[in-house]
Design a protein around this ligand. Structure first.
Ligand code: 13P
Length: 249
C-alpha cells in the first residue's frame, strides 16, 4: 500500500451464486462498512440489477466479469459496455485468465474490450498473469508486459483510467499464493511500465489476485506496490471477504 493510492478490493464471484445466497452475502458485506478501502463485487450478468438494487445507498460498487468489444449488433450472447453502464457498473473485469484460457481471448481482444468499457465510463480491471510454465521458463516479466502493452497501446491517453490486476495463473484457485515478495516484484515492473507509458503510474491501482485469503491478505497488501486485491473463492464467504476488505487500508 502507498498512501497516494486508495486501496481497492474486488470480489470476483465467477460463475457462483444464487439469489438467496447473494442477498445474504451482500447484506453481510454492506453491514460491515465502513471500510478503509474501496470495495466492489463483480457478479454474473444476470445478477447485476438485483445487486445494484441491494447496494444502492451504500459505497460498495459493483461490476461485471466480461464485456463485448462491440458497441451493439448481431452478437448473440454478448453484453455491451452501454448495457453495463445502464446497470450502474463501476467496473468490469477484462482479460481474466479464465477468459484467455477457456475462450481464447488474445491480447488485442482484451484491449478492445477495455477500450469499449472506458468509452462508456466503466472502469476496466485489466487482468494479466503468467502460467507456471512461463514462470519456470523465466518469462514472467515478458508475458505480463506484453499483455499490458497491448491495452496501453489501445487506450492511449486514457490508459491511466484503468485498474490493473496481476493474477499469476498458477495461483488462481490453487491455494498456492504468490509470496508477497514475488507479487511485489511483478507489481513494481507493471508500475514502471504504466509510469513510462502514461506518466500516471504512481496514482494507478494495481491489484493482486490468486488465492488471497483472510490469513494472507494483510502481508500481501503491506507491499508498497500492491494496492488491494482481486478475490475469487474467498469473496463468496462473507466473513473472509470482510476480513480481506479490512486488511486493505
Ligand atoms: P481465487 O482467489 O479463488 O484464487 O481466484 C482468484 C481470481 O481469479 C480472481 O479473479
Amino acid at each position: 500500500m502507498n498512501p497516494q493510492r486508495r486501496p481497492l478490493v474486488v470480489g470476483n464471484w465467477k460463475m457462483h451464486g444464487n439469489r438467496p445466497a447473494n442477498t445474504e452475502l451482500l447484506a453481510a458485506v454492506a453491514a460491515a462498512r465502513p471500510f478503509g478501502a474501496d470495495v466492489a463485487v463483480c457478479v454474473p450478468f444476470v445478477y447485476l440489477t438485483e445487486t445494484a438494487a441491494q447496494l444502492a445507498g451504500t459505497d460498495i460498487r459493483w461490476g461485471a466479469q466480461d464485456v463485448s468489444a462491440h458497441a451493439q449488433g448481431a452478437y448473440t450472447g454478448e453484453v455491451s459496455a452501454a448495457m453495463l453502464a445502464e446497470c450502474g457498473c463501476r467496473y468490469v473485469l477484462v482479460g481474466h485468465s479464465e477468459r484467455r484460457q477457456h475462450h481464447g481471448e488474445a491480447d488485442e481482444l482484451v484491449a478492445a474490450k477495455a477500450q469499449a468499457a472506458l468509452g462508456k465510463g466503466v472502469t476496466p480491471i485489466v487482468c494479466v498473469g503468467e502460467t507456471l510454465e512461463q514462470r519456470d521458463a523465466g518469462q514472467t516479466e515478458a508475458v505480463v508486459k506484453r499483455q499490458l502493452a497491448a491495452v496501453i497501446r489501445e487506450l492511449a491517453h486514457c490508459a491511466a483510467e484503468m485498474v490493473v490486476a496481476y493474477e499469476p495463473v498458477w495461483a488462481i484457485g490453487t491455494g498456492r499464493t504468490a509470496t508477497p515478495e514475488q507479487a511485489q516484484a511483478v507489481h513494481a515492473v507493471l508500475r514502471s511500465q504504466l509510469q513510462a507509458a502514461s506518466g500516471h503510474g504512481e496514482r494507478m491501482r494495481i491489484l493482486y489476485g490468486g488465492s488471497v485469503k483472510a490469513d494472507n491478505a494483510a502481508a500481501l497488501f503491506a507491499q508498497p506496490d500492491i494496492d488491494g486485491g482481486l478475490i475469487g473463492g474467498a469473496s463468496l464467504k462473507a466473513a473472509d471477504f470482510i476480513t480481506i476488505c479490512r486488511a486493505a487500508r
